[in-house]
Ligand binder design. Structure first.
Ligand code: COA
Length: 166
């Protein structure tokens, strides 16, 4: 079914977004999206690894409809030119309307603003929809850890993707 394309507004998250983001996070969890088990209700969205300034939120007139986490690559100073997408989701009822594409483009712009040269991410081999979206936005498959995870009785690859900016 074709769904109307929408142009969400994008802004950095604030602590006030905690609940809305946690709801989207849980609603989009599946064994195709994450190797981790579904976390308990009430698990905070923001923690020491996820600060509001590293989360872009997409919203329409009334609701937050998606988010993307973009953080500096947490490794040695010689990797300071790298930003990493480490969480990305759109409310199930709003998927397929271009919101994910908007968020990826906003993340690429934000990475350039942070003077990054490269953006990287990891995606499960079974998450073909997300992979298609990344490929459509100039990401390439840079590596594949074969059968890295055993998820629900199935071995699943960990796919490394990246894009050079500019
Ligand atoms: C991956 C995800 C964030 C994409 O968000 P989205 O808002 O649905 O993304 P888009 O709408 O920009 O694009 C998704 C698809 O809809 C299509 N689309 C977008 N707007 C459309 C429109 N108006 N009409 C028809 N199709 C449209 C895109 O071409 C794309 O098609 P494809 O799936 O065949 O490649 C979302 O599916 C999601 O939350 N998934 C669960 C979490 C997840 O997998 N996260 C990534 C972890 S690495």
């Amino acid at each position: 079914m074709n769904r109307p394309y929408i142009a969400p507004a994008i802004r950095p998250a604030t602590h006030a977004d905690e609940h809305a983001l946690a709801v989207i996070d849980r609603a989009t969890w599946s064994t195709t999206v994450s190797p981790a088990a579904l976390w308990p209700v009430g698990t905070p969205f923001f923690d020491e690894h996820t600060q509001p300034e590293n989360v872009l939120v997409a919203h329409d007139d009334t609701h937050i409809v998606g988010y993307l986490k973009l953080r500096p690559y947490p490794h040695p100073a010689c990797s300071d030119h790298i930003q990493e997408i480490h969480g990305f989701a759109v409310s199930p009822s709003q998927q397929g309307r271009g919101i994910g594409s908007f968020l990826i483009r906003a993340a690429q712009k934000e990475a350039i603003r942070r003077q990054a040269r490269r953006v990287r991410l990891r995606v499960l081999g079974t998450n073909l929809r997300a992979q298609r979206l990344y490929l459509a936005h100039r990401f390439q498959v840079e590596g594949r850890l074969r059968e890295q995870f055993l998820i629900a009785g199935q071995y699943v690859d960990d796919v490394l993707m990246g894009t050079l900016l500019g």
